[in-house]
Structure formats: structure tokens, C-alpha cells
Design a protein around this ligand. Sequence first.
Ligand SMILES: Cc1cc2nc3c(=O)[nH]c(=O)nc-3n(C[C@H](O)[C@H](O)[C@H](O)COP(=O)(O)O)c2cc1C
Length: 332
Amino acid sequence: MPFNTALTRRLGIRVPVVQGGMQWVGYAELASAVSNAGGLGIITALTQPTPEDLRKEIRKCRTLTKNPFGINLTLLPALVPPDYGAYAQVIIDEGIKIVETAGNNPGPVISQLKKANTIILHKCTTIRHAKSAVKLGVDFLSIDGFECAGHVGENDITNFILLSRARQDLGVPFIASGGFADGQGLAAALALGAEGINMGTRFMSTVEAPIHQRVKEAIVNAQETDTALVLRRWKNTTRLFANKVTQDALKVEKESTTGEFKEIGPFVSGQRGRQVFLNGDVNFGVWTAGQVIGLIHDIPTCNELLTRIEKEALEAMNRTRALYSESPASKL
Ligand SMILES: Cc1cc2nc3c(=O)[nH]c(=O)nc-3n(C[C@H](O)[C@H](O)[C@H](O)COP(=O)(O)O)c2cc1C
């Protein structure tokens, strides 16, 4: 019996698992593999240098899968911000019906996409931000706990609290993001009230992830203690794979007397991080990973991964169901 949640029904997918947007990882190869495996694959818009390149990537993805896939549009503060409106317009023109939004001030982009009847999954790390997104008319919240890779927010609330707060307070369906890698996690998220899960780091370590094999192996060999939080001083706390460069960055963060961002900027350069994925030197720059790296022990195909997650989730749900018996407990 397949899953039947608000997420699977609304998105038209078989397994309630979304592959979250990932800068320099979320290309058509990965998105189509996840969608072909029954989940929701997502292309990361800003990995494409221009809106026209995004159009080409969407068209490429259509040649690789007939199943639904989505686009991630991340709005981050920048001196010269990308033309978000133009990226959103390409998404609309290409007939994409599902968008994952994230970041600051998403109102204008969400309203542009909603006018075209796009289903919006908005990612946030606090209930306060989730409530603002509800007012903007988003269809699903993607609740990113403190365990997650990337921008963890400044409140450090893990998913055990955050998901139940979402269930108690939001009144809009939500999915659980951050710390998920297996079917037991999916079953737990469903038990807490989520309609599915979002995974990032787990999908990096799949056959189809378009990144260097040595990065995948570094994830397999890492433990849950091998991440580091940087940029807290600038209220832009980011969870990264702990390596030589994050150590250097943290030293600057601690010791800088000026507190000027330009001192740490070269250490946390996204361009150097991108090179890690291309050249496989895991110490070449900073790169994003979540605490869930401690749960990742192999490099399966997306199909093997989602088939396994489905099976494990069912077993976990059956197991917990069997812990409650309708018949009175026998006396000792
Ligand atoms: C390499 C990498 C890059 C990411 N880039 C983005 C991004 O550009 N935009 C975004 O909204 N989230 C980004 N994320 C976060 C994921 O979409 C997802 O929310 C997160 O990975 C969930 O936590 P998990 O890694 O424990 O599964 C990134 C995550 C990783 C691992």
C-alpha cells in the first residue's frame, strides 16, 4: 500500500521524500534521478549562472524524467542580488508547478509564483518565520531543524521541538528537514505530524549526485560530530563539513578585532567550496553538510535509497503499531 500523505497527494509523488535545493549539487542529473525513484527532485536555480541557463537545465531535466520535479529559489542577502524575478519568470514560463523557496524577504517572489498557481514549499528554521510564510499563502512549510546542513538560523532549536511546534501552531501542512537519512527517520517525522521529509546531505552521497567521488566517500567516513558552525558572529550561522578551512575561518571569527566580514570572507568563499565538488579535495574550501553525515554509510543509487527508505519506514510503523496491543496484558 503506497504512502498517502498531503505531500504525496498534492505533488503527485509516490514516496514522501523531497531532495532539498543544494547549491552546486542540485543539477538535472540528481533531480531527475530522485523524481524517477518516486520522490521529488529539485533543481537549484542559482546554481545556474543566468535565468536562461535555468531554462536549459529545466528542459534537460524533462528529457531525463517524466515525473514531477521542482526548483529551489534561495533568496540570500548579497551586494548585487541575482534577478530573482527573472528566475521566477523562467520557472513559470517553463510550466514548473512546484517551487521550494528559502531565505530572506520571499514575499515578492512567492506572490509572483502564486499568481501562476505554483505549489510553494517554503523552508524556515523558526516558527516565527513559518507563520510569516503562512500569511504569504505558501502551501507547505519545510521545517529545517538545527541538525540541518547550511543555514541553521540563530535559535538552535532541533527538530524534536520544532516539528511538534509546527504541528501545534501552523495549521498548514509541513515536511521535516534536517537530520533525515533513513526510513526510521521518515516514520518518526510522520509520527510528529509531518507529511514527509526533506533531505540534502543524504542525497549528496548517491551514485547520481554530480559531485566528486572523494566527497561522497568523505561523507561516508564522517561522524555526526564532524560539522562546524561558522558565521554566528555575523548572524548568518552556517553548518559546514568540519575541515582545515572551517578551523581557519573559526579562528578569524573568534580573534578578529574589527569584526569586519571581509576578514573571514575569503575563507568561506562559495567559489572555493564549489571547487571541492569538482576536484574532490575536501580541504580545498568550505562545503555544506549536516549532522546526518553520521548516519550515512554507503553510496546507493537514488532508486535504491528511496526503495530502502520506503521499506524501512513501513517496518518502523508496523513495529511501533505492534507495541500497542488491544488485548489486556497478560499477568505475570
Ligand atoms: C551541499 C548543500 C548545499 C545546499 N544549498 C542550499 C541552497 O542553495 N538553498 C537551500 O535552500 N538549501 C540548501 N541546502 C540545504 C538543503 O536544501 C536542506 O535543507 C538540508 O540539507 C537539510 O538538512 P540535511 O542535510 O540534514 O538533510 C544545502 C544543503 C547542502 C548539503
